[in-house]
Ligand binder design. Structure first.
Ligand code: ATP
Ligand code: MG
Length: 448
């Protein structure tokens, strides 16, 4: 009490670990999802500490609707699970509990700690690889240690729904007010622990409109090569978050500015340095950002198909020049491009299958004779393939007339469609046979 009074008199209140009341941060309990509130209530009723934490608190303070609500607690996963009817123990990197309340999933994690007290660096008890990357990090700790293990000050805010207070031990509230993204602890050490934090810094700054604090920003260019040692699946996950953030164009520009693009991720090189497809990729990203921002669904497969299209095109043309026929040449080009990308950036099979379908459909749009267009309309991914064609037309790769034709053809009635179709240039014999068949069909039906 007295200490707090002295602090206030000395004007130190902003800088010290503090429990900040609702009047000063403005988050009302009602803005927390009912499921997350319920989870905190149940944990508290059993004597555990429970806070809403991370991105949700940060987003609420910025006036953004949170994507999801995470809960942090001092209860161990095996203590959390039995308290809820529907709860699953999950986690590869960290053990977590997913609690399902009314169709909503709340991720509950136990406070993580630092094994050897205050140490950070080599003797903190975490398991590292030879570059300093933390491989295992499953030591449980106190709320204060948990805050110190988080990446940025604005991500280390803990909201207690019971009291409506925000626990702020790293000045996150002040940083949010100044719109600054600042690493907790020594930035270089924290990037070495987990190089993905460099990508997170760029993504969060671009998405939230924050400036990366100079000390947090400075080591990134030098440490960028550390991303090479991050497992491909994790990089893919982070790239996906970045591309679907609604601010992909801004994120990618900033990645380039921070020196994070070059030579690290083949996909990024392709996106940022392709001379041919720049307009195409720019359009694809702008369209994706627009869709995300207006709440429309985005297909990651479509986006990756677009990002890699000009690589596929170049490989396709090269195979054709080498003497392959168009269709086998395209198939070989798709394999080549996906092999290169998947080595570094594990694009999951569920996406690559759709990417192939979208690409393979493209030459079929050129064929506007006979019954082929009608068959293409029936293809399961026709809509995606057509949207892709529209992007190619908008970037000037194919004539606008082709896209106009397909737009009209899709929505036309059967008769108009028939009129739009040029007769197939069939071989003479087949043509004769078909003419005979047509005549027979047109003849009046024989009387019964
Ligand atoms: P988003 O809005 O994209 O979900 P987020 O900050 O919530 O952003 P998550 O990946 O959901 O990101 O992580 C939740 C919280 O976990 C973060 O706010 C941060 O406190 C912590 N965190 C996540 N990744 C790391 C990391 N690599 N290092 C340290 N802390 C992390
Ligand atoms: Mg989150």
């Amino acid at each position: 009490m007295i200490r707090r009074f002295i602090r206030r008199v000395l004007g130190l209140d902003e800088a010290v670990p503090a429990r900040v009341p609702r009047a000063r941060h403005g988050i009302a309990r009602e803005r927390i999802s009912p499921a997350a509130r319920k989870v905190c209530e149940v944990l508290a009723a059993h004597g555990y500490a429970a806070y809403i934490v991370g991105g949700a608190v940060r987003d609420l303070l910025l006036g953004i609707a949170p994507k999801d609500f995470d809960v942090a607690t001092d209860a161990r996963p095996e203590q959390v699970k039995p308290l809820f009817r529907r709860a699953l123990l999950i986690g590869r990197r960290f053990r977590l509990v997913h609690v399902i309340v009314g169709g909503e999933t709340v991720e509950v994690s136990t406070f993580r700690g630092i094994a050897n007290g205050d140490a950070q660096g080599d003797d903190d008890g975490l398991v590292r690889d030879e570059h300093g990357r933390v491989l295992r990090d499953n030591v449980f700790g106190t709320q204060e240690e948990d805050a110190r293990r988080r990446d940025f000050t604005v991500n280390a805010l803990y909201y207690d729904p019971a009291t409506e207070e925000v626990v702020d031990s790293h000045g996150g509230l002040a940083d949010l007010k100044k719109r600054v993204l600042r690493m907790i602890g020594d930035p270089e050490a924290r990037y070495r622990e987990d190089p993905v934090r460099m990508l997170r810094a760029v993504r969060l700054a671009a998405k939230l409109g924050l400036t990366i604090d100079p000390a947090t920003r400075a080591p990134i260019r030098r440490l960028a090569p550390l991303l090479e040692h991050v497992p491909a699946a994790r990089l893919f996950e982070e790239m996906l978050k970045l591309l679907l953030s609604g601010h992909a164009s801004a994120c990618l520009r900033q990645l380039r500015d921070e020196g994070l693009s070059h030579g690290l991720l083949p996909l990024l090189d392709v996106i940022l340095e392709q001379p041919l497809g720049e307009r195409f990729v720019t359009l694809a990203l702008a369209q994706t950002d627009e869709r995300v921002q207006t709440g429309r669904p985005v297909s990651p497969a479509f986006l990756f198909a677009a990002l890699l299209w000009h690589q596929v095109l170049a490989a396709w043309r090269a195979r054709e020049r080498a003497g392959l026929r168009p269709i086998p040449a395209l198939a070989a080009a798709m394999d080549e491009v996906l092999d290169t990308q998947c080595e570094k950036l594990a694009i999951p099979r569920r996406f690559t299958a759709t990417m192939r379908e979208i690409w393979a459909m493209q030459p079929r749009f050129e064929q506007r004779t006979g019954s082929r267009p009608l068959r293409l309309l029936e293809a399961p991914r026709f809509r995606m393939g057509y949207d892709f064609l529209a992007l190619r037309a908008a970037s000037g790769e194919v004539p606008a007339e082709l896209e106009n034709w397909w737009r009209a053809f899709q929505s036309a009635d059967a008769e108009t469609r028939r009129a739009m179709l040029a007769p197939a240039p069939a071989p003479a014999k087949r043509r004769r046979r078909r003419r005979r068949a047509r005549k027979a069909a047109a003849a009046p039906a024989p009387a019964p």
